[in-house]
Design a protein around this ligand. Structure first.
Ligand SMILES: C[S@@+](CC[C@H](N)C(=O)[O-])C[C@H]1O[C@@H](n2cnc3c(N)ncnc32)[C@H](O)[C@@H]1O
Length: 280
């Protein structure tokens, strides 16, 4: 088997470096050879993973794995924004100390995750080498488990709260994937779940574009090899009364067929016939 190795720093660069890698969703089976190599060659490994079992598994790959979970400060009303800034600082402290740092995140490190992007931005701004190594995300798993091809009708992804906090145009001709529905509407960034009333606000917003009997898929991909994906179907009107956990993603298939753009098709047809038609 060919072995893979992360690139070495040039002599002029400071010695510290950081690689943010994705562990994938399912323990053991999703880790890429390159991500594994970043982990094994690091001086110190930080971990923000889906559960403690996954963290224990990671400890078999490296003797110095430091969990980022305790920074959440459960039950202390601490804002996640503070936690995520602390993650960046604790990682950067090791980079500045000249260490080769690897930060391991479940899924893809750059998908719905602030700290990996921020630590890479900051490390580069300070002249250190920084790299993001992609992983298999919940998004990838849901395409496979739900049989959705985002290229067929299009696919839009939003953090659910964005639809509540901002005027966000939705295209009901395409799939809609909503992340973090379990804590939709949490403005404080201190809560790990919100309730029925908050999901009702989400349904009220969605009902501008979808009928209340439109099917909603509540999806949880497997994180352990012994698990199967969990796929629940409810009508949009029943979403408020349905618990949605922090490790579930909500999917709405299109509600409206694609609309033919006659004007542009005619222009293209004219081009095919060699006639130049000015745009309107
Ligand atoms: C902070 S984001 C992290 C996403 C992660 N970086 C990835 O690549 O999948 C957390 C959200 O990911 C989704 N998620 C996490 N675990 C999941 C799972 N096992 N199955 C489906 N969605 C999941 C949920 O929407 C959850 O609210």
């Amino acid at each position: 088997m060919t072995s893979v190795s992360p690139a070495k720093p040039a002599d002029s660069e400071p010695r510290g470096s950081i690689a943010c890698v994705g562990l994938g969703m399912t323990l053991g089976s999703h880790l890429s050879p390159l991500a594994r190599s970043h982990i094994q060659q690091a001086d110190v490994v930080f971990a923000a993973l889906s559960d403690a079992i996954v963290e224990m598994w990671l400890e078999h790959l490296h003797p110095d794995v430091r969990s980022l979970q305790p920074y959440y400060g459960d039950g202390t009303n601490k804002s996640r924004a503070v936690t995520y800034r602390e993650w960046v600082e604790v990682m950067m402290a090791e980079v500045r100390a000249g260490k080769r740092v690897c930060a391991v995140f479940y899924g893809h490190p750059g998908i719905f995750a602030w700290s990996p992007h921020e630590v890479i931005r900051l490390a580069r701004a300070e002249g250190f080498r920084a790299h993001m190594e992609p992983g298999i995300s919940a998004e990838d798993c849901l395409y496979a488990d739900l049989g959705i091809d985002p290229g067929r009708l299009g696919c839009q992804h939003y953090e659910a709260s964005q639809l509540l906090f901002y005027e966000t145009p939705i295209n009901p001709c395409a799939c809609l994937v909503l992340w973090q529905v379990g804590l939709v509407g949490d403005r404080s960034m201190t809560r790990f779940s919100t309730g029925t009333e908050y999901r009702q606000v989400l349904v009220d917003v969605l009902s501008r574009d979808y009928p209340l009997d439109h099917e909603v898929i509540i999806y949880r991909g497997a994180t352990l090899p012994i698990e199967q994906p969990r796929i629940r179907h409810v009508a949009l009107r029943d979403l408020p009364a349905t618990e949605v956990s922090s490790d579930e993603t909500v999917v709405l298939r299109p509600a409206v067929p694609l609309r033919v753009n006659h004007a542009v098709r005619e222009r293209l047809a004219a081009l095919d016939r060699g006639i130049m038609v000015p745009p309107n």
